[in-house]
Design a protein around this ligand. Sequence first.
Ligand code: C5J
Length: 222
Amino acid sequence: MAAIKAEPFAFPVKYDQLALIVIDMQRDFAEPGGFGASLGNDVSRIGRIVPDVRRLIQGFRYAGLPVIHTMECHRPDLSDLPPAKRNRGNPVLRIGDEGPMGRILIRGEPGTAILPELAPINGEVIIEKPGKGAFYATGLGEILQQKGIKQLVFAGVTTEVCVQTTMREANDRGYECLLAEEATESYFPEFKAATIAMIRAQGAIVGWTAHVDDILESITHA
Ligand code: C5J
């Protein structure tokens, strides 16, 4: 059986059931003036993974494997934004407020868009999600089922929030999950490291982790 070099042991890949899911590579998390910055984070860390995320996306496209993109965003009338989420903490700008890139995390606003270098192409699925996990209040589960996808490679941000939440949701739903280490990032390097460690601990209790080069090398055989 084909395998991707991974931790804590080789990932038993089935190319006909494999997709890449790129979580929330949006301007709001990567650029000054967006949601991430409004929470006081150094957003420059996020931009540094763009070349590796791009390599991964291009590798999946070249191999003819599905690429799915997610975006954390809300309806303009905020009807899908629980007060508990909007009112949390003490950000400079709250979700829905007008910022330098438009309204924070609102569908269709410039700041909510996926970074141009990583923009979806025709035919790729885009999941707009109101939560941290991509299965909550979206059609992701049905779409994966229709496409026969049972294995997910994860990239995107932030490692310990939307990426990890979605991996855990997927793991509980029976998907085999592999996190691409250089293609994910956190505002907190120690949280990224801890997430990678906890995902693959206890015999891959949530999933596997692998280097981008090893994933790309494997999918050339797809
Ligand atoms: C956060 C995300 N960190 N995409 N969202 O609020 O991880």
